[in-house]
Design a protein around this ligand. Structure first.
Ligand SMILES: Cc1cc2nc3c(=O)[nH]c(=O)nc-3n(C[C@H](O)[C@H](O)[C@H](O)COP(=O)(O)O)c2cc1C
Length: 286
């Protein structure tokens, strides 16, 4: 689908009544949308809605406006001939005698390729999500998306405007391969000691291994707020606990099968830890 071209500094202005019916559109708005003033006035503003837009953005927009607040939003609009144009809109209520009288939107063209790319990518996530979820579920998902990245909606708008990646302010970058190796070496060492029937085998507590210390050192970083982080903490704790149990049970002379089961289980925990870390690193370094 072709994009509609319009000049830099063009301001597309429209106004609606409190129900969202267009009551005013400036010349540039009419030209860009392809509709005449007469065709626009009285119509619902969704006349220029593009089907690629996720519903969650309009839900947020109306929620803000009805609470008397203004909002910035990136919007892909559809022109009469089927073309589209991306704008950054500032939409605000006009208050008269203490009551919302109407709404007005001022739009400028997005002239930055990386902004366009990041907003398209972001919106496609929610567009896809909305194929099998309600708009309320999408709204919750949107809030969670922001929370996991430690961003407010306003931060998100700023990052898109500046053409920055939509990720946490602190990027997660660790050499987790070396922690993975640590755990393999550690486990092999414990098994070896057990086989040698060594006395007083010491299983380091999860807080005291190198990885445990690293987890403690990053606990205030934004990326640890994501829902997957606690899976890492739990699985890491389990690895150490199960190894301790392996030592204790082998001292009691339990079956080989049971001991092997414990070791297999620590391998599963280890996979959870490092697969999750890999997933989080990807997410924050997107
Ligand atoms: C002042 C104002 C300007 C708006 N501008 C646009 C716009 O440019 N494009 C758009 O799709 N929706 C815009 N909307 C939101 C629409 O009213 C509508 O909520 C949206 O198109 C989604 O359609 P729907 O509510 O029928 O699902 C605007 C709303 C207001 C109050």
């Amino acid at each position: 689908m072709k994009g509609v071209k319009f000049k830099e500094n063009t301001m597309l202005v429209s106004q609606t009544d409190v129900t969202g019916k267009i009551i005013y559109a400036n010349v540039d708005f009419c030209k860009t949308s392809g509709y005449s003033f007469g065709e626009l006035v009285g119509q619902s503003h969704n006349i220029i809605r593009h089907e690629d837009m996720p519903r969650v953005i309009f839900k947020l927009l109306w929620k803000k406006l009805q609470n008397g607040k203004s909002i910035y939003a990136f919007v892909k609009n559809k022109s009469k001939d089927g073309g589209h144009y991306w704008v950054k809109a500032f939409i605000t209520p006009i208050i008269k005698n203490g009551k919302i009288d109407r709404y007005v939107s001022y739009r400028t063209f997005i002239d930055n390729d990386s902004s366009m790319k990041s907003v398209s990518k972001l919106y496609s996530i929610f567009y896809e999500y909305e194929k099998n979820h309600t708009v309320n579920e999408s709204f919750e998902y949107f809030l969670k998306y922001l929370e996991e990245r430690n961003l407010s909606y306003e931060d998100l708008i700023i990052r898109i405007t500046l053409g920055k990646q939509i990720s946490n302010k602190v990027t997660l970058s660790i050499d987790f391969r070396s922690y993975f190796d640590d755990h393999i070496i550690f486990r092999t060492h414990i098994i070896h000691q057990v086989q040698l029937k060594s006395k007083n085998i010491k299983v380091t507590k999860s807080c005291c291994c190198r990885f445990g210390k690293w987890l403690e050192s990053v606990k205030n970083e934004g990326y640890t707020n994501c829902s997957e982080w606690k899976n890492i903490l739990v699985a890491h704790d389990d690895v150490h606990k199960k190894l301790q149990q392996y030592v204790d049970d082998s001292n009691k002379g339990v079956s080989e099968l049971h001991l092997q089961g414990l070791i297999t289980s620590t391998e599963k925990d280890r996979d959870i830890i490092f697969d999750t870390l890999e997933y989080i690193v990807d997410k924050y370094e997107e």
